[in-house]
Design a protein around this ligand. Structure first.
Ligand code: N01
Length: 547
């Protein structure tokens, strides 16, 4: 094996023509992949579209951007000294603290020289003659590699709905995931936010503080619970640092790769209405907002159980929001609680009590066009200085299909996935040898804590590479039969839950023309990881390894 591919990060000069591995993306997954692959003695180069490390936490710098998992958990475990040394100022870190952390990791482990920044991959082609990948970037890099890690993130490909007139808007137009580093001047101005998913829920309260007037254009109301964010308590931090080893092991055994208090109450129907109320109220006041998923074991499986919690939830909204017409508009009624990503917030519902905030129902009165001065719905016209698209992503598949990936027989990945994102264990796609997906469609994705997941998946891939190198194997692939079996199993598991009842991005429903297919393994990270371990222990059953 060759040496490590290092060089400056500002040009093509020092980029080798051939490496063992190309890593696409320098977010949490990409950085850990660089560290782990280098430890295996492989030569590796990373292409990153942005000018800095961080991935999601580099791009999503909108006001209010914050992680919804406690930072003591949403952080790397691979180096104990790192987790002992690092101090998180807040319980749920804001974007800037996450960016600081990931930059620290890049420097501490000397990963930066392996990364080419401002280098968006625009072509990846498997060469059957030499059984290697040719990878190209928009900035002119051309590299051949035996293996590729697609650490591109499930929520990277921006979704900007193509409203008529979009190009004519005279004010400032910005998508939350492309927020300029220098910020957007919105103080005292007329601001519109389209979208009320997890991002909208975070950006709305923050922008409302300074905007002259804020119009929130809501198509579907969201379920969101208070984060109760606060400075990280020093005794809590100490406790975590003393028990990291066992807590990280607990995460590996948890369906969502988390350590959570207050779980395991059994069925909601085992409790009297008064007891339920007490449990729910306690969870609402507790500081881990995502608890609502886990309080009772039937809420995600039984619509009647879900209805009990959802109705209680709507009661909360009606209590918080003063104007009952607005409160009713904010009440989600068309999909079960938790079947779209539950959000956590800092004063979202309360924001609608402000004089300078107006909620507009674009579910009933859709946006017809963006005008030079603002936007027009079927009911009214709104003048805006700043228009914020919190409209989400072409999730799970978009970052890969937008990269022009061609595999065996010149098959384009976008064509292969035209009716379903075929995959095996979310790790590989048949006909695309040696291409490893981190957080790919078919894996647990965003329903489990992603840093722990990425470490697990990258370790698994690196062990596979070590196996291949020590047995002089050239390629690993899977078969269409195996991926069809996995996709059927994934759908069967999802169909035992309420998840498929929502028109969510989990199923590609948010993108016009995208095939509807539930893409996330909701059978638990623990089960998923056990399955991957078992596959590896059985000579990578389901994968085809060739010399
Ligand atoms: O995107 P979304 P997001 N006209 O797709 C609306 C993660 N995340 O960026 O629901 C009008 O959820 C759309 O309406 P509807 C998290 O995993 C995590 O908010 O389709 N509206 C919806 O309201 C999350 O799930 C964190 O009817 C339109 C919104 O735009 C994922 O990222 C923070 C529209 C999009 O919501 C994505 O969240 C933020 C149109 N034409 C995000 N098109 C944390 O860790 C779309 N919408 C805390």
């Amino acid at each position: 094996m060759s040496t490590i591919a290092e060089g400056t990060d500002n040009g093509t000069d020092t980029t080798p023509e051939e490496v063992d591995v190309v890593v696409v993306g320098a977010g949490f997954s990409g950085l850990y992949a660089l560290h782990r692959l280098r430890r295996s003695g492989l030569s590796v180069i990373c292409f990153e579209a942005g000018d800095g490390v961080g991935g999601t936490w580099y791009w999503n710098r909108y006001p209010g951007a914050r992680v919804d998992i406690e930072s003591v958990q949403y952080s790397y475990s691979f180096d104990d000294q790192l987790q002992q040394d690092w101090h998180w100022p807040e319980l749920f870190s804001p974007q800037e603290d996450l960016e600081k952390y990931i930059n620290h990791v890049a420097d501490r482990f000397e990963l930066r020289p392996m990364i080419r920044f401002g280098a968006r991959v625009n072509r990846m082609q498997f060469d059957e003659g030499i059984r290697m990948w040719h990878v190209s970037t928009e900035s002119g890099h051309r590299v051949t590699a035996k293996y590729v890690f697609a650490a591109t993130g499930p929520l990277d490909a921006t979704n900007i709905p193509q409203f008529p007139g979009l190009e004519n808007f005279q004010g400032t137009l910005v998508h939350t995931s492309q927020w300029p580093r220098e910020g957007v001047d919105y103080a005292g101005r007329r601001v519109g936010v389209i979208g009320t998913g997890s991002t909208g829920v975070q950006v709305v309260p923050e922008m409302a503080k300074d905007a002259g007037h804020l119009h929130v254009f809501q198509r579907t109301p969201v379920y969101t619970v208070p984060a109760h964010n606060q400075p990280l308590d020093s005794s809590y931090e100490r406790d975590w640092k003393e028990h990291y080893a066992e807590r990280r092991a607990m995460m590996r055994r948890h369906p969502n790769a988390l350590v959570l208090p207050m779980q395991g109450h059994g069925s909601i129907f085992d409790y009297t209405p008064e007891q339920r109320l007490k449990i729910l109220e306690e969870a609402w006041q507790a500081r881990s907002g995502l608890l609502f998923f886990f309080l009772f074991n039937d809420v995600m499986r039984d619509i009647e159980a879900n209805d009990v919690v959802a109705e209680w939830f709507r009661g909360k909204i009606r209590q918080i929001v003063g104007d009952q017409e607005v409160a009713e508009m904010l009440c989600p009624k068309t999909y079960p609680l938790g079947t779209k990503r539950l959000s956590i917030d800092s004063g979202y519902y309360e924001t609608f009590n402000r004089e300078n905030v107006t909620l507009v129902d674009v579910g009933s009165n859709p946006i017809v066009e963006i005008t030079p001065a603002g936007l027009r719905t079927t009911a009214e016209e709104y003048d805006l200085d700043v228009l914020v698209m919190a409209t989400g992503f072409d999730a799970m598949t978009g970052s890969l299909t937008r990269m022009n990936v061609t595999g065996l027989g010149g098959v384009d990945l976008a064509d292969k996935w035209a009716d379903k994102p075929w995959n095996y264990l979310g790790l590989m796609v048949s006909g695309f040898p040696n291409l490893f997906m981190v957080h790919g469609p078919g894996g647990p994705g965003v329903v489990a804590q992603m840093v722990t997941q990425c470490e697990y998946q990258i370790d698994w891939f690196t062990d596979l590479i070590d196996h291949m190198e020590s047995h002089a194997l050239a390629t690993v692939d899977t078969t269409h039969d195996i991926e069809a079996e996995w996709c059927d199993e994934l759908a069967e598991v999802a169909n035992q839950t309420l998840f498929p009842r929502a028109d969510s991005w989990y199923a590609g429903a948010n993108i016009d023309g995208k095939a509807r297919s539930f893409m996330i393994w909701v059978g638990g990270f623990d089960v998923f990881a056990d399955r991957c371990d078992e596959v590896a222990a059985n000579d990578y059953r389901g994968f085809v390894l060739k010399p």
